[in-house]
Design a protein around this ligand. Structure first.
Ligand code: ADP
Ligand code: MG
Length: 236
């Protein structure tokens, strides 16, 4: 198996055809290894969310290939891709996307249950994932009984429950105040230090400074690929 948890090989995604065609992503290649957090920056419309959706198997490239844990997503059936996604990939969204009618533990257990894990085991997996992000004492609360920062922790637990080690986060601090935002980034960093591979989309330089490497996108292309240190210097 490849040592990369995620690899994009010359990936292009075109929306529409003819004169209205838009290349949301144009020939992007990148790799992320276990333990590594990759930052993705770029102006609005530069292709950041498209990149993440392709990496997560939620969208398909027009050309090129996406390889997750050594498996080419394009060579899988729709069902095979869904299974691979459930086993390996966790998604964290800007607005948490928790299901309001389910408790924190039930939200986190849901992907396990969808994967055929029995109820008792799914709950136990959910409690471990909640413990790992420091909110297991909130397991039986509903989303509207949690603060924004607590909700995002639950969303991260849901993204990592089970054996999933590829964490894809699209502006995960967007709905949080700066204190809660920092705490969430610290947590994502810690999960990567513990062996997950992460991709963090952000437009804030001080957030991207948590990443090991940063890819800058413009008009769907990588315009720069740099270490975080130089960016930190620029931001200070
Ligand atoms: P970002 O997340 O960096 O703001 P996106 O990946 O959302 O950028 O979008 C990149 C480009 O692709 C934009 O020009 C956007 O309008 C276009 N785009 C994204 N999704 C679609 C779609 N479903 N249909 C048509 N164009 C799209
Ligand atoms: Mg976006």
């Amino acid at each position: 198996m490849s040592a990369n948890l995620l690899e994009l090989r010359d990936v292009t995604r075109v929306h529409g055809t003819g004169p209205v065609a838009v290349a949301a992503l144009a020939g992007v290649s990148l790799r992320v290894r276990p333990g590594e957090l990759l930052g993705v920056m770029g102006p609005s419309g530069s292709g950041k969310s498209t990149l993440l959706q392709l990496a997560g198997g939620l969208d398909e490239p027009t050309a090129g290939s996406v390889v997750v844990a050594g498996v080419d997503l394009g060579a899988q059936s729709r069902a095979g891709r869904a299974a691979l996604r459930r086993q390996h990939i966790g998604y964290v969204f800007q607005d948490f996307n928790l299901i309001p009618a389910l408790t924190a533990a039930e939200n986190v257990a849901l992907p396990r249950e969808l994967d055929g894990v029995r109820g008792r085991q799914a709950r136990s997996d959910a409690l471990s994932a909640l413990r790992a992000v420091g909110v297991d004492d909130l397991a039986d609360r509903f989303p509207d009984e949690l603060s924004g920062g607590q909700r995002q922790r639950v969303a991260i637990a849901r993204a990592l429950v089970g054996e999933r080690r590829l964490l894809l986060a699209d502006e995960p601090t967007g709905a949080l105040d700066s204190h809660a935002g920092e705490a969430v980034l610290k947590l994502i960093r810690a999960r990567c230090d513990a062996g997950a591979a992460g991709v963090l989309v952000t437009h804030e330089a001080r957030h991207a400074a948590w990443a090991d490497r940063i890819v800058f996108l413009r008009d769907g292309k990588v315009v720069d690929d740099t270490g975080a240190e130089s960016l930190l210097e620029d931001a200070s």
